[in-house]
Write a protein that binds this ligand. Structure first.
Ligand SMILES: Nc1ncnc2c1ncn2[C@@H]1O[C@H](COP(=O)(O)OP(=O)(O)OP(=O)(O)O)[C@@H](O)[C@H]1O
Length: 659
């Protein structure tokens, strides 16, 4: 990353001898780290980006046939005629007979291996054995995200093609709660797919609880996430509304960290079966997906991504998802890349649910395209034909890496995953040491000259509000990455360097005092704090090119992320937005070039051009995280749901709208 001495940092009484000793130590640490990484690079040849992955002759299907299972004729017909499937996948073969026999099952199976049908088919079959009571919800599927809930609903509905008497319905945040309530009360579905926050709202406030008194099957898809701290309080409350007698519970995920088993008793009956189709000896990721990591300084990330995407686009069948750490960074990158000639779709929690759904639908049917996403698309979402998954910046944890990667290589197809980190973030690779991640040699992760130039030209034209929001989100996110082991001062130095990369030449975007307080950054040198921000009360003033109503020279943002521990997440936070675009760089230099980023230390560029060294990486720690460090939303209300609130810093409200 960047040097601590960037131009935004105000002189601090603490920066002196101690600081330079500390800085020296960081460099020593980093040199050591790089030696190790270099060795790894030498050992691996890196997969050059992108030829579109072909469908591989896959062994994801077994020889076991659906028709040999004791399923209803209607289900058999739906499998054969609507879905066109005859053979089972491994997880389907391993779990369906047990579920059909009535067992509670916890199942771990790799991404894209057919878990949805593995729980949907037998759950629906339970209704055949004992027809549902009129007006009662018999099967409840919980999903951590709205997109996944929609998808499960579609899959379940396909299975019901020939059973018109049975109805599946959806309940999730971001939609009109009253209309949904009315619909559900008027005709309670047999199968309800829901996100936890909205469902809890219905149970607690909207009179839906009595309809669950004959619930037969409860399914937690992405169970590890639902039982993690973020969602668990809501899940516990939901379970409190459900009958425990004779209820069958199914927990499915591609990742089952140790802690999940400890809390499985919350939902499952004693004696439940644990099915692991991955096995201890095997990796959690799909073998046919090549995985590589590029480590390069942050000032190269924009151009490097541009290069990656330009290459990917050469293949007419490219379908790429790029994940970013926060919603606001998705927005920033999308605008930047668009202005640099790479058009992408954009999905994250700051978009309205209607827009999210539309984007998701469009990308699903697109034959080619690029989607920039936050973690709303990380788990479960099944977009056919994803050729590449790019992850920009450190994922929240190992599980998130695995799930994001799992958007490619589904149903036995090939795919490529590329993780792009800064030198400081390279500590994360230790969490992936059992996975076949090859290091991309330094020489191979150079941005093209054309990309450098395109990005350089685009940076000044990105809307100032996007810059301010990205800056704040960046601060919030990296404030909660323990593996970095950054001091608060260092954090702000790095954030300001990022602002500089985004083209803020003279000073970083301003933050509200209360935002700074919520982030725990009061008194940290280098922040620009304002009591109130111009544009904070309105969003309408001059968009790009629109008004010339220049009120401020640098971007500023209001408070809505301070308490989120870095997750610039869910639906409704407000950004106080100055309305104008930033002026061109005063000295005529471009921020696409290192010298114009105000990075005072030459070895920052060396890091990208030469031996891959950055400066000042701590490179320590970060191991052994069990749960996501940014899975905690700041909204004070229940998980999931509409997400209108502001970050209050409360823990424990991971929610579907949260990313
Ligand atoms: N028996 C089968 N034969 C062929 N294709 C199947 C079969 N079962 C499922 N599929 C397809 O495989 C793809 C992946 O399935 P699914 O989305 O259920 O994966 P998953 O295991 O839930 O993945 P994730 O862990 O990412 O949620 C889907 O497109 C699905 O339609």
């Amino acid at each position: 990353m960047t040097s601590p001495g960037n131009a935004f940092v105000q002189p601090s009484p603490h920066r002196g001898k101690h600081s330079s000793r500390h800085h020296h130590q960081r460099i020593v640490d980093q040199q050591h780290q790089y030696q190790q990484l270099q060795q790894q690079r030498d050992q691996h040849t890196h997969p050059t980006l992108p030829s579109a992955p072909a469908t591989s002759a896959s062994n994801h299907l077994t020889d076991a046939l659906f028709r040999d299972l004791p399923l209803s004729d209607n289900t058999q017909r739906a499998l054969a005629e609507t879905l066109g499937f005859d053979r089972m996948t491994h997880v389907q073969e391993a779990t369906m007979p047990l579920v059909l026999a009535g067992s509670d099952v916890m199942a771990k199976a790799k991404t894209g291996t057919g878990k949805t049908l593995a729980f949907c088919i037998p759950a629906l079959e339970q209704l055949r054995q004992r027809p549902p009571r009129a007006g009662s919800i018999s099967v409840l599927v919980l999903s951590p995200t709205r997109e996944l809930a929609q998808q499960i609903h579609v899959e379940a509905s396909k299975l019901l093609t020939f059973q018109k008497a049975l109805k599946a319905d959806l309940s999730y945040g971001g939609t009109n709660v009253n209309a949904e309530r009315k619909r559900l009360l008027q005709r309670p579905p047999d199968i309800l797919v829901a996100t936890p926050g909205r469902l809890l709202d219905h149970l607690e406030n909207n009179g839906l609880a009595p309809y669950f008194q004959d619930l037969r099957v409860l399914i937690l898809d992405e169970a590890d996430q639902l039982l993690d701290m973020g969602f668990r309080p809501a899940i516990e409350k939901i379970i409190g509304f459900l009958p425990s007698h004779a209820r069958q519970t199914l927990l499915f995920s591609a990742t089952m960290p140790k802690g999940v088993k400890e809390v499985a008793g919350l939902a499952m009956r004693p004696g439940y079966k644990f099915i692991d189709t991955v096995g201890a000896e095997e990796q959690d990721t799909n073998i046919q997906v090549t995985q590589s990591a590029a480590i390069l300084p942050l000032d190269q990330h924009f151009a490097y991504l541009h290069t990656l995407l330009s290459k990917a686009k050469q293949d007419p069948a490219h379908k790429v998802i790029v994940f970013f750490t926060t919603a606001r960074l998705v927005g920033y990158y999308c605008e930047l890349m668009g202005k640099a000639g790479i058009q992408a779709m954009e999905i994250h929690s700051r978009k309205s649910q209607a827009t999210r759904t539309k984007t998701s639908d469009q990308f699903r049917v697109a034959k080619s395209g690029i989607l920039f996403s936050s973690d709303v698309s990380a788990r479960g979402v099944d977009y056919e034909g994803i050729t590449h998954v790019v992850q920009m910046g450190v994922p929240s944890n190992r599980e998130m890496y695995v799930h994001r990667l799992g958007r490619t290589g589904r149903a036995g197809r090939d795919g490529q995953g590329i993780l792009v980190l800064t030198p400081d973030e390279s500590f994360f690779l230790r969490d992936l040491k059992d996975l076949p991640v090859s290091m991309i040699p330094t020489q191979a992760c150079q941005p093209d000259q054309a990309s450098l130039e395109a990005v350089r030209r685009a940076i000044p034209s990105v809307d100032e509000r996007a810059v301010g929001a990205a800056y704040q989100a960046w601060l919030g996110f990296y404030n909660s990455v323990p593996g970095l082991k950054w001091s608060k001062t260092r954090l702000v130095e790095e954030a300001n360097a990022f602002a500089s990369i985004m083209g803020c030449k003279d000073q970083p975007p301003a933050l509200l005092k209360k935002t700074v307080g919520m982030m725990g950054l009061r008194g940290v040198p280098g922040l620009r704090i304002e009591g109130s921000l111009p544009g904070a009360s309105g969003r309408n003033g001059g968009h790009a090119g629109g008004g010339g109503n220049v009120r401020k020279r640098t971007p500023s943002v209001s408070s809505d992320a301070g308490g989120r521990r870095g997750r610039d997440t869910h639906g409704g936070g407000r950004v106080g937005e100055p309305s104008q675009k930033r002026p061109p760089h005063a000295n005529g230099q471009s921020p696409g070039q290192a010298q114009s980023y105000n990075f005072p230390k030459p070895d920052v560029r060396m890091g990208s051009e030469g031996a891959g060294r950055g400066d000042g990486a701590s490179g320590k720690g970060g191991l052994g995280r069990e749960r996501p460090y940014r899975d905690r939303g700041g909204r004070g209300s229940a998980p999931t749901g509409g997400g209108s609130g502001r970050g209050g810093g409360r823990k424990g409200s991971g929610h579907d709208g949260s990313r």
